[in-house]
Design a protein around this ligand. Structure first.
Ligand SMILES: [Zn+2]
Length: 65
């Protein structure tokens, strides 16, 4: 399977913790990974810092208002 190349960035509208295990911060961002056909296949809640880190090298579609 090829690596995801596109990710949608959305605001996190519910209370959740960052999905990075060693990070205890509150998730403020939802990352929705898109497959090669532009379909979402995986979603993860992360804090702002990890949102930036996980988007490195990806095409980012910012859906935040
Ligand atoms: Zn985090």
């Amino acid at each position: 399977m090829s690596k995801p190349r596109e990710v949608e960035v959305l605001p996190c509208g519910y209370t959740a913790k960052c999905s990075v295990p060693w990070c205890g911060r509150r998730a403020t961002t939802v990352l929705r990974y898109l497959d090669n056909h532009g379909r979402p296949y995986r979603q993860t809640d992360v804090c702002g810092i990890h949102a930036r880190e996980l988007c490195v090298g990806m095409k980012v579609i910012d859906r935040r208002p």
